[in-house]
Design a protein around this ligand. Structure first.
Ligand SMILES: Nc1ncnc2c1ncn2[C@@H]1O[C@H](COP(=O)(O)OP(=O)(O)OP(=O)(O)O)[C@@H](O)[C@H]1O
Ligand SMILES: [Mg+2]
Length: 337
């Protein structure tokens, strides 16, 4: 590798997405760490997730991010160190970093993303920050710098970020605590209540992801779990109707919050917003019926992302590759230039 590498990082609560300039590729890995006997790294990323809900008591598996912000700095640093180390493939040249950060968090929480890379022992030369929604917009192929009114809704794992963009910046943004995890929990709770059956988080997630196909096939979801009464493992068929009903409440929360943001949007931006419609992205935005609920609830057209999981990282890749977009990235006092 001749030039110094440049990385773009979208730190999600569930998945970490890292773009590497030298590979011109985005990797997606679970943002998870498995620690053995309280202090030894046992596994990270997808392999830590593999063991989740299955590992023995001396292996502690966790997500270092919570609600979009860094909750466990030490483990998050370890993860960044290993992920970036794997992608640097033995190169010891310092690299530049572009990190996507949520808007609706405190300055301290924002700065923590910058400190994270600085302290992860990855030879960072320059660390730049990009508002997540701006990167999202670019990743969704929106002309972010010239549009006067764009609404982006990113439904992730623990959070949904609703943002209004105009002329390359954020006009309004709200981070709400609803996302794929709440959907999974709702499915678990409904199955427990209706079938006296305890299912794991991964099973609930599988049901959620399969929902659209199951509805098409007019089939229920076959799940394995533990019967509350007998304590024994059993298989049950969960009707899609039950799943749809239990998700309803969370869809409402998202639609209501989008409406609140729209109501607060300066009227001069309304024309472009109306013309564009809503841009819907984030892994959990793919859940069956959410897009139509959002369209019905707001009266706006809903544009669905082609690669909802990677849209932020895709936007970062554009900023890294194209100097025209560099102006949307900024330095946090202390290191960038
Ligand atoms: N096809 C699908 N249908 C429904 N949900 C899906 C699908 N694929 C992934 N998901 C959900 O998307 C979520 C992960 O999305 P994403 O990677 O965007 O979140 P994140 O960025 O890690 O979280 P956050 O933005 O809240 O920090 C998970 O809850 C997962 O179950
Ligand atoms: Mg995300």
């Amino acid at each position: 590798m001749l030039a110094n590498n440049i990385f773009g990082i979208d730190l999600g609560t569930n998945n970490i997405k890292i773009y590497s300039r030298s590979d011109d590729n985005i990797i997606v890995e679970k943002n998870m760490i498995a620690i053995e006997n309280k202090n030894t790294l046992f596994a990270y990323g997808d392999s830590a997730f593999e063991m989740y809900e299955k590992a023995p008591g001396n292996i502690h598996i966790s997500y270092p991010l919570s609600n979009g912000v860094i909750a466990d700095i030490k483990n998050m640093e370890t993860l960044i160190h290993y992920f970036i180390g794997d992608m640097q493939k033995g190169s010891y040249k310092p690299a530049d970093f572009y990190i996507a950060v949520p808007t609706d968090v405190t300055e301290v929480e924002k700065r923590a993303f910058y400190d994270l890379v600085k302290d992860a022992n990855v030879k960072a030369k320059r660390i730049m920050v990009v508002e997540k929604a701006v990167a999202d917009g670019l990743g969704l192929d929106i002309d972010v710098k010239n549009s006067q009114g764009v609404i982006v809704v990113n439904v992730g794992y623990e959070t949904t970020e609703i943002s209004i963009l105009s002329l390359g910046g954020i006009v309004l943004s709200r981070l709400i605590k609803v996302g794929g995890q709440k959907f999974d929990e709702a499915i678990r709770a409904a199955v427990r209540k209706e079938f006296s059956l305890i299912i794991g988080g991964k099973t609930a997630e599988t049901v959620k992801i399969a929902l659209r196909d199951l509805e098409k096939e007019k089939k229920g979801a076959q799940v394995f779990g533990r019967d509350i009464v007998t304590g024994l493992p059993v298989e049950r068929e969960i009707p899609t109707k039950l799943v749809n009903e239990c998700l309803e409440e969370h869809f409402h929360t998202i639609v209501d919050n989008v409406k609140v943001i729209l109501e607060r949007t300066p009227p001069e931006l309304a024309a472009d917003i109306y013309r564009h419609g809503i841009y819907l992205t984030g892994g959990a935005s793919q859940v069956s019926h959410l897009a139509e609920k959002l369209a019905n609830g707001t009266g706006l057209k809903v544009n669905i992302a082609q690669d909802p999981l990677a849209s932020v990282a895709l936007g970062l890749s554009k900023i890294i590759k194209d100097d025209n977009y560099k102006s949307v990235a900024y330095a946090i006092e202390g290191m960038g230039k």
